[in-house]
Design a protein around this ligand. Structure first.
Ligand code: BG6
Length: 370
């Protein structure tokens, strides 16, 4: 059942490319227009949506944070991302024009279920992004967009995360299509770029696993890991930190790279690892330079620096002790590849420490109590 892999988590990480591919399948026509027939909300209703609130927990909430960057950019409506358990208790502003998007792998997370019930009571529409057919969250939602990642057994979520990002992006592109906020050509181009992602993820798996494993060995005795990223790299940093704490029981913190100087830099200690998600260097945009100078600063304080960076980035090598390389891809799609070495890093650390990677202590695959 593990298909020759030592653990479900290892198998599921290697299914990241298929999860992305299968979630895209059948969601666009020949030309590249988005077709979401299964989502039974009238286009007119979608057209009227003026705000999105994503509610989710854990990994699913980080997928929501990634989607915020893309959907706001493409659709020009505000997207809030709220931890489901915080949402209901803060008197959120919900109207019939608000679309609440509940993201959940299992479809059974009680915190997320309670949040969507509250949203529907307030008259908002709820669309579920879910990996489990017929589970409670899609059943109680107005519409569902299934992620086709296949069953996820390991407690730490991996392939579901990349599939959730893809599903949320399809929703964003569909909204852009019905609201005319992108030209058809632009949508077709993004669809083509999405279709190219499974091969890029596969390339990371094929070429970076050795470097990741050597890094895990090198860092096995580290006391704490810091993860930092900017823009879409920020939720990826949060997700990398979560994976490592969940299964390797390492104290980790993920944060926005821009916050470094506002506090976290005080945590940097000689020899302790800092993992940095580096945006594309193409055009040497300001974000790239700022993140590089963040690496420089932690390096100057003795940190062991690990970067996730785009192939061909000639700046990163100056300050990074080790680099996990990503193939060139559009910034908004980079989380689909950037998270892969971080999933592998957590897996390798846990495995090398002799822990049960599929069933980490104290955690359950789905938490059905509030
Ligand atoms: C946690 C799981 O309890 O619930 C995480 O351990 C998961 O892996 C989170 O991300 C949310 O679960 P779901 O099923 O709602 O996506």
């Amino acid at each position: 059942e593990k298909g020759g892999w030592d653990s479900f988590m290892e198998k599921e990480i290697h299914e990241d490319p298929t999860a992305v591919n299968d979630t895209l399948l059948g969601r666009f026509n020949q030309a590249g227009d988005i077709v979401l027939d299964e989502v039974r909300i009238e286009p007119d209703v979608f057209r009227s949506i003026d705000k999105i609130i994503v509610v989710a927990c854990g990994t699913a909430s980080y997928a929501g944070m990634v989607a915020k960057y893309a959907i706001e950019h493409w659709v020009r409506i505000p997207v809030e991302v709220e931890l489901a358990h915080e949402f209901r208790y803060r008197d959120p502003i919900l109207t019939p024009r608000t679309l609440v998007v509940a993201i959940s792998q299992s479809g059974e997370t009680m915190d997320t279920l309670m949040a969507l019930r509250h949203a529907r009571e307030q008259g908002s529409r709820v669309l579920a992004i879910c990996n489990t057919q017929g589970s409670t969250i899609p059943r109680e939602s107005d519409a569902v967009l299934y992620t086709h990642a296949g069953p996820e057994i390991a407690v730490a979520s991996t392939k579901a995360f990349v599939a959730q990002i893809v599903a949320a992006y399809l929703l964003g592109l569909y909204l852009a299509q019905v609201k005319n906020t992108l030209f058809a050509d632009e949508i077709h181009q993004i669809v083509a770029q999405l279709k190219a992602m499974p091969a890029k993820i596969q390339r990371v798996l094929d070429t970076q696993a050795g470097t990741v494993e050597a890094t895990a060995k090198r860092l096995l005795d580290a006391h704490s890991f810091l993860f930092l990223g900017r823009h879409v790299g920020y939720p990826v940093a949060m997700e990398g930190a979560l994976k490592l704490k969940e299964i390797a029981y390492t104290f980790t913190e993920g944060f926005a790279a821009g916050e470094l100087k506002h506090g976290p830099i005080a945590l940097v200690e000689a020899g302790e690892p800092v993992v940095v998600i580096v945006p594309s260097a193409r055009g040497r945009d300001t974000l790239h330079n700022k993140v590089i100078s963040g690496i420089e600063e932690v390096k100057a304080r003795g940190a062991y620096t690990v970067a996730v960076a785009e192939e061909g980035d000639s700046d990163v090598g100056k300050y990074a002790d080790v680099v996990f390389w990503r193939p060139e891809c559009p910034t908004l799609l980079s989380p689909l590849v950037d998270v892969v070495p971080l999933q592998l890093l957590a897996l390798d650390m846990a495995r090398l420490k002799g822990y049960d990677v599929d069933k980490p202590r104290n955690l359950a695959k789905s938490v059905t109590v509030e």
